[in-house]
Design a protein around this ligand. Structure first.
Ligand code: OGA
Ligand code: MN
Length: 290
């Protein structure tokens, strides 16, 4: 297979043709996808009519799929345990209300974040398959955090350089009103500290590493100052020149890098079905920038 790569935005995001995720892939194709991923940070693969098993098999070319640790909200598929359900439709194919606990928790993804940053080894990337997509919103927005880091005003740069922020899974329930994690889930995922500036192990570039949903503390700052700093950084990051906005078509598969991008989804009409399946690639400990 030879692939073609067409950028969708100057900062990040490119469309990839010439990959069929239902077929076995040769090493050259996999390497070409890796190279395109390193360069464009978010890859869009249109027209991938794949099963969950094919989704997981494609993911394995890039690393081990994560198994979501929380089982209390049915966000993990019970058919294929590597699949995380980004969906407002339940196991009986019924539309769920925004007040459903799983929907409350998923609403956190409207704020800027990277997946699994609450883990000691946060995910390196995620692959999201649009099965039933929204026409009223549900646009997934991505920011190039290398460019954000490079453009930071000196005052902000001084505040993040060499500093760590804490990432806590239980922030989800505090900010969304979803039920708290169970004691076992809490014990499995204690809060962790990660550098606010990290170096990408493949590209070698430095990027800003923050989360509007999981960060609950910043080294050396009290709670209010920490929240204010994360908010100021997020507002600075969310500028159009750093952002690709993905308007979904059915059977798009998006593959993004969680080490150097953040993402957030726009709201949509809750009466509209939206069904997406995600795999998440197990990570490595963030490299401290130096
Ligand atoms: C995700 C997420 C984006 C979306 O799947 O990690 O944040 O478009 N969702 O729902
Ligand atoms: Mn996400």
């Amino acid at each position: 297979m030879t692939i073609t790569v067409k950028p969708r935005h100057p900062a990040l995001g490119a469309e990839v043709h010439g990959v069929d995720m239902r077929q076995p892939l040769d090493c050259e194709t996999i390497q070409a996808v890796r190279d395109a991923w390193t360069r464009h940070l978010v890859l869009v693969f249109p027209d991938q009519d794949i099963t969950d098993a094919e989704h997981v098999a494609f993911t394995r070319h890039f690393g081990e799929p994560e198994i979501f640790h929380q089982t209390s909200l049915n966000l993990r598929s019970d058919r294929v345990k590597e699949i995380f359900l980004v969906s407002n439709v339940d196991g009986e194919n019924r539309l769920m209300k925004p007040s459903d606990p799983s929907q409350k928790q998923l609403s956190s993804s409207r704020q800027w974040h990277t997946d699994s940053s609450y883990r000691p080894m946060p995910s390196i990337g995620s692959l999201l398959h649009g099965i039933e997509i929204s026409r009223t919103g549900g646009i997934t927005q991505f920011i190039n955090m290398y460019e954000v880091y490079e453009a930071l005003p000196e005052t902000l740069r001084r505040q993040v350089e060499g500093r760590r922020a804490r990432h806590d899974f239980s922030m989800l329930h505090r900010i969304t009103g979803a039920p708290p994690p169970t004691a076992a889930e809490q014990a499995a995922m204690p809060a962790v500290w990660h550098p606010m500036v990290r170096r990408h192990p493949v590209s070698g570039r430095k990027s800003l590493y923050i989360s509007s949903i999981y960060n609950d503390a910043v080294e050396g700052l009290d709670g209010d100052a920490a929240r204010a700093l994360i908010e100021e950084l997020s507002v600075f990051a969310a500028q159009p020149q750093f952002m690709y906005r993905h308007v979904w078509e059915p059977n798009d598969v998006l593959m993004w890098d969680n080490r150097c991008t953040v993402h957030a989804v726009t709201p949509h009409d809750p009466d509209e079905r939206r069904v997406m399946h995600r795999t998440t690639i197990v990570g490595s400990e963030p490299v401290v920038a130096g």
